[in-house]
Structures are given as C-alpha cells and as structure tokens.
Design a protein. Structure first.
Length: 122
C-alpha cells in the first residue's frame, strides 16, 4: 500500500474517533442530571445549564446524536475502503487511479468528520 493511502487511512480513523469523542461528550453534557454529578465540573455544567441562556441545547443534542450515527457509518465505510485496498485494487503506487480514488474518499471522510467535531465543540 502506498504512503498516501496509509496516511489518509490513519487521518480518517483518527478523525472518526475524535468525532465520536466529541459527540459523546456533547451528549453527556446535555443529558447530565444532578444525581449523576460526580465533581465540581459536573455541578458547574448543570448550574450553567439551569441559569444560563442556552436556547440551542436540544438542537445541539440532536446534532450530537446525528453526528454519532454519522461516525458509525463513516467507520463502516473506512473498513470497506480498507478491505478494498487489501484486496489489491491498485494501491501498489500513488499514481494508480483506484488508489487515488480511495485516498480521495478517505480524505473527504476525514475532513467531514473533522468539521463536524469542530462544530460540536464550538
């Protein structure tokens, strides 16, 4: 497998893992209950949610759940691309058309996951 493919595969896998962490964190923050608070940070989050103006909280929760589902689909697609690469679909060199298409797809998936993770954290 080419170096470009391996780099794109690693980037995509890291991006999907980061998106899963960001989505789970956003879900945890928005579904935290007083009886689940374990420390001062949890209490501060709950206090802010009750005293702050946060009209987009439910929208963000749904976005986080959608992003978590998206991450699951991306992870499955990365595995399909990886299987295709292992099957020898022309990844012997960086110049093959099939190899460039697989690398391009992985880069696009990674960029989408990275964009969604940034949006969840902002």
């Amino acid at each position: 497998m080419s170096g470009a493919y391996l780099a794109a595969d690693e980037r995509a896998r890291l991006a999907v893992a980061d998106l899963i962490v960001a989505a789970n964190d956003a879900i945890r923050v928005r579904t935290l209950r007083w009886e689940d608070a374990h420390d001062e940070v949890d209490a501060a989050l709950l206090s802010r949610r009750w005293t702050g103006y946060a009209p987009s909280g439910m929208r963000r929760l749904e976005q986080a759940r959608d992003d978590l589902a998206f991450a699951s689909h991306v992870r499955a697609e990365i595995e399909r691309v990886s299987e295709s690469a292992r099957a020898g679909s022309g990844l012997d060199g960086d110049s093959s058309v099939a190899g460039q298409q697989l690398v391009g797809r992985l880069v696009a998936l990674a960029a989408d996951c990275e964009r969604r993770a940034v949006a969840l954290r902002s």
